[in-house]
Design a protein around this ligand. Structure first.
Ligand code: FMN
Length: 319
């Protein structure tokens, strides 16, 4: 059984991958999607979006990181994937689920679910271009408007050479609206021979257990649930091992947030760092009442030094 941290563009970047994988329980993580249109990305793209490649393609905690691509041109995707492998990517993942209008307009992401033949051609071309020992994997939604074609899409991915398929159990039209249709993960798992990961709407250990019961699938990819509850993977891993499930107390989450902020201050431009902190803290409010209070204190602040002071006060109060 494996637990993966979902790729999330604009959210799960190098900093959050570092912080979340250090909590434990995560078997592997994925870069934000790298969009491929008509050219080979230069090294600088990978240094920005996948800096872990320079460190053995692992986060500081030692968690393997995979590189995800999004696009519709099989040849161009194949060339980029081959280059990523030269740089050290241990697995190449392909995105067939992004709902963004700009991406779908240029025939990338979820809109490809209308064209299973093209999905097959993409996976096959990428599979052929990367060394045989490097797995190619895929992530799909159930469909564009309806899940009617989900099984054809999953078969196209598996037949093309996907080593596994992650199923975000919603259509593009569903967006991120609950519920996730975990029963469709079971149908996909029956239709293909490769392992299937369930994804979507798992926020707690109980959600995982329900998802597992309905989908019949053990492997899970956690997105917003893990960002909102940083020890969710660790809780699931502890349950799996029959151990005690001890939820992380707020003061430990606070320490992660401080670390996140220190990294954001070091790595991001001052005009971006506060927004990133508020984005994560806003998501933590879903699981921790203490985060609501802290969020209220900094939500209007955009000055980094002022936020430094605010967080420092909070750290002293918590100690
Ligand atoms: C802000 C955001 C960015 C995302 N970016 C990506 C991405 O780059 N690649 C991808 O395959 N999925 C992306 N997704 C989808 C997630 O990986 C995941 O499939 C989705 O959030 C459902 O899982 P969840 O309910 O556990 O969050 C993104 C989702 C969100 C909310």
């Amino acid at each position: 059984m494996q637990i993966a941290l979902a790729p999330m563009e604009g959210l799960v970047d190098e900093i959050l991958r570092d912080v979340l994988t250090r909590v434990g329980g995560i078997d592997w993580c994925v870069t934000e999607f790298i969009r491929v249109t008509d050219r080979l990305h230069p090294l600088a793209t990978y240094e920005k979006l996948a800096p872990e490649l320079l460190h053995g393609s692992r986060t500081r905690a030692g968690t393997p990181m995979r590189v995800q691509f999004l696009g519709s041109d099989p040849q161009c995707l194949a060339e980029n994937a081959a280059y990523a492998c030269e740089l050290g990517a241990p697995v190449v993942d392909l995105n067939f689920g992004c709902p963004a209008k700009t991406v779908n307009k240029s025939r990338g992401g979820a809109v490809l679910l209308k064209e299973p033949e093209l999905m097959f051609a993409i996976v096959e071309a990428v599979r052929r271009a990367v060394p045989a020992h490097i797995p190619v994997t895929s992530k799909m939604r159930l469909g564009y408007e309806t899940p009617d074609g989900a099984l054809d899409c999953a078969r196209a991915l598996a037949d093309g050479g996907s080593a596994h398929v992650v199923v975000h159990a919603r259509t593009k039209t569903d967006g991120y609206k609950p519920p996730a249709h975990w029963e469709w993960v079971a149908k996909v798992a029956d239709a293909v021979k490769v392992p299937v990961f369930a994804n979507g709407e798992v926020w707690t250990l109980d959600d995982y257990l329900r998802c597992r019961a309905i989908s019949g699938v053990d492997d899970i990819m956690l997105g917003r649930g893990l960002v909102s509850r940083p020890d969710l993977a660790r809780q699931i891993a502890a349950w799996r091992e029959g151990g005690d499930v001890q939820p992380m107390p707020w003061h430990e989450v606070r320490a992660l947030l401080d670390d996140f902020w220190r990294q954001a201050r070091r790595k991001l431009a001052p005009r971006y760092a506060p927004g990133r902190l508020k984005q994560w803290l806003g998501m933590l409010t879903r699981s921790y009442p203490e985060a609501v209070e802290l969020f209220a204190q900094i939500r209007r602040e955009s000055d980094c030094e002022l936020i430094d002071r605010l967080l420092q006060v909070e750290v002293e109060e918590a100690a």
